[in-house]
Design a protein around this ligand. Structure first.
Ligand code: ADP
Ligand code: MG
Length: 705
């Protein structure tokens, strides 16, 4: 191996046989360095030690067969605009037809007499035929040991880049760089006592700890039920990074491919945890906590006028927060509590601690509607205490500083993203609160924090995030959970119904309204209904429903209204001047109107489960029994059945787990917001115990440092 090629950051252009054309094709696959190449993950594997005899192929069973081409031909019709190209293979047991529709250039790739591998499913048995199989023509001049007689990786490729060329390149590269990988540099700074000099020049491949014998790291306590046996069985067998990369490209058994994936997934998770936890560690090293624990003078009055007792869970959480606010380091805390658990009051008490201590507070909410609602509540609560409450949104700016706050109390600023803008410059920011944190990105959070000098941070979310995701996304936060709802809440009953039941549902809603209730009706679209998919738009439905519910009144709420209009509608709904609120998912977050007891969601299958859970959280806030009706596509469809989870459980965590299973992390969290790096190997659903393990491993190692 030449010295030049020693590093894994070597550009692939420097590898033997990679010319400009190949280079740009590799770039399309985001392969730029040897490191990228080594981590190029096969999309599947073929066991080419044994081939299926063509005579034994079964309909619809994916198999690999091998045979010689005995005939080829192209048929054209419709004046040459349509074509089918066909080859016929013979393996000595039977013949197999392979066809490609409207890809006439395929004929350039095959000749009678070629030795060909095909992968696909028989779509007809007489004659045996596969349409559009994947193929490889074996070339006697090549080193067949890479492509035959082993478990062969099939890689994601790109137009014009032959699978066999890519496979050869990767096989050669693994060979060439094997010794490099086998020297494990320690990513994790903490375990850096080993081979530090090696680490410095080959950090590209971030190495995991030595093969984890999980038990030895004390993870066994974290395992639960059924995962346990799988974990202890697999864990001992993780091979370490170098070997994992070899197995990824050159597995000896089919099981090796999953073992390799798990090891490489663990590496990714450790790397991520390291970044997250180091951020926290640096914060603690560089900053001191502002003295914000307060003296109770406002809180006592506030609680006395509130009209209800805090729940035990709220009190417990506030105790945790108070300790942070008076602690040595700035608070970094996530407050998790299901919809309706009463996070706003906790936010208010937290704000009061900082205000009592003479600091300003900024509370950011994701929508104008919610910011406005908070403004009304906080003004009602805090004005009697003489505290100045200001609202700052895209369209409203109440900051006047005219109402001077009581001496030695700060200002409470409420707002939307507008708070991030440069014109907002609080004098003495002690605390940042972010409501519905999952609607913001980390970047926005950081921007707001930079309005002060290491202010405390409380982020709140009702999105019940599956634990694995929480540990990752919020790995740098301490977590408090409000795990009970205030007493005296009515039950919520949920029903999934198909569209033909709509008239009955309307009748039902009228009945509820006639007895004093109110209802939300939610649609996926604002303006343009989508005829093809049957998606309804709120503006279009409005006139219809207005008539149906007359003489009761309906209101319309969506993101495109001017903020003043939004406010008027919402106020009217709050005051029960409007009985039915037609809305888009803008009502998903935060809205609190306890008299509303019905939530009807049209095209419910268009929403994520976690989102439906949020929407359902708008009802069940009073003492009355509430009803959530989810209208869905036809019965016995996947879309319909997915919704049934909502009937079965009201446990937000179960719903989020289900969402994660069905849709993956990106969808669950909103793709841009998720802040998750694009993993090649890790999977939050499959790798729960690896996430736990990585977190603990990194934490222990950073502690040692
Ligand atoms: P979320 O956690 O979803 O943000 P909110 O803070 O909007 O919930 O609270 C929901 C409703 O419960 C509000 O009307 C609030 O005033 C009320 N609430 C909060 N805490 C209590 C409590 N301890 N007892 C009774 N009602 C409460
Ligand atoms: Mg809320």
């Amino acid at each position: 191996m030449s010295q030049k090629l020693a590093s894994l950051t070597t550009l692939v252009g420097e590898l033997r046989g990679v010319g400009p054309e190949r280079l740009s094709q590799l770039a399309r696959l985001e392969i730029r360095t040897v490191h990228d190449l080594l981590l190029h993950r096969p999309r599947r594997y073929e066991d080419r030690r044994h081939f299926k005899a063509i005579a034994q192929m079964q309909l619809n069973e994916p198999v690999t067969a091998r045979g010689k081409i005995v005939a080829t031909g192209t048929k054209l019709w419709s004046k040459g605009t349509k074509s089918v190209f066909e080859i016929i293979l013979d393996d000595g047991t039977a013949r197999l037809h392979c066809r490609w529709w409207n890809l006439p250039f395929m004929e350039n790739y095959f000749q009678v007499g070629d030795d060909v591998l095909v992968f696909g499913k028989l779509n007809s048995a007489k004659p045996r035929n596969i349409d559009h199989p994947e193929t490889e023509v074996l070339d006697a001049s090549e080193d067949v040991s890479i492509h035959l007689n082993r478990i062969v990786p099939i890689y994601p490729s790109t137009e014009g880049l032959p699978q066999r060329w890519l496979r050869s390149l990767i096989a050669r590269t693994v060979e060439e760089f094997a010794s490099k990988i086998s020297e494990p540099p320690m990513t994790v700074a903490a375990s850096g006592s080993r081979r530090r000099e090696e680490a410095d020049n080959s950090l590209e491949i971030q190495n995991p700890p030595p093969p984890p014998h999980f038990g030895g790291y004390g993870i066994s306590g974290l395992q639960t039920g059924s995962q346990k046996s799988a974990l202890s069985r697999d864990a001992a067998t993780l091979p370490g990074r170098a070997h994992a990369i070899r197995l990824l490209h050159w597995p000896l058994k089919m099981d090796d491919t999953e073992i390799a994936r798990r090891q490489l997934a663990l590496d990714e998770l450790i790397e991520l945890q390291h970044a997250i936890q180091l951020r926290r560690k640096k914060l603690e090293a560089n900053s001191r906590g502002l003295p914000c624990s307060g003296n109770n003078k406002f809180i006592r009055k506030f609680l006395a006028q509130l009209g209800f007792q805090l729940t035990a869970a709220q009190t417990k959480v506030l105790r945790e927060i108070r300790a942070d606010m008076g602690g040595a380091h700035p608070m970094r805390r996530l407050l998790q509590g299901d919809v309706g658990s009463g996070k706003t009051v906790v936010a208010a008490c937290t704000a009061l601690m900082a205000l009592e201590s003479g600091f300003d507070v900024a509370l950011m909410a994701p929508t104008e509607i919610l910011a406005e609602q908070h403004y009304q509540n906080f003004r009602k609560w805090l004005s009697p205490l003489g505290i100045a409450v200001e609202l700052l949104t895209g369209s409203v700016k109440t900051i006047s500083h005219s109402a001077l706050p009581v001496p030695r109390s700060g200002f409470l600023y409420l707002g939307t993203h507008a708070l991030i803008e440069s014109s907002f410059a609080p004098k003495n920011l002690g605390l940042v609160i972010i409501d519905e944190q999952h609607k913001f990105g980390v970047v926005q959070r950081e921007k707001l924090l930079r309005k002060g000098i290491y202010p405390h941070l409380l982020v709140m979310t009702a999105t019940p995030i599956p634990r694995t995701l929480g540990l990752t996304l919020y790995g740098d936060l301490d977590i408090s959970v409000i795990d009970e709802l205030p007493a005296g809440r009515g039950k919520i009953k949920t029903f999934v119904r198909t569209a033909d039941k709509l008239p009955k549902v309307w009748e039902f809603i009228r009945g509820k309204i006639s007895r004093g209730g109110q209802a939300y009706v939610v649609y996926p679209r604002v303006e343009e209904a989508d005829e093809k998919s049957g998606l309804k738009a709120v503006i279009k439905e409005f006139e219809k429903l207005e008539k149906i519910f007359a003489p009761y009144r309906a209101g319309l709420l969506h993101g495109r209204l001017r903020s003043e209009e939004k406010e008027n509608v919402l106020t009217a709904f709050r005051l029960n001047k409007i009985q039915v609120l037609l809305a888009t998912s803008v009502v998903e977050v935060g809205i609190d109107v306890p008299n509303a007891t019905v939530m009807l969601v049209e095209n419910a299958d268009h929403f994520g489960l976690a989102q439906l859970h949020q929407l359902r959280g708008r009802i069940g806030r009073g003492a009355e029994e509430s009803f959530c009706i989810l209208m869905s596509a036809l019965k016995n469809t996947e879309a319909h059945d997915r919704l049934l989870v909502m009937e079965r459980t009201s446990d937000g965590f179960k719903i989020a787990e289900e969402d994660l299973r069905l849709r993956g992390a990106g969808e669950l969290l909103g793709r841009e917001q998720s802040g998750l790096p694009p993993f090649r190997f890790a999977d939050f659903q499959k790798d729960q115990e690896l996430v736990e393990w990585a977190r603990q491993f990194v934490a222990e190692n950073l502690k040692k440092k």
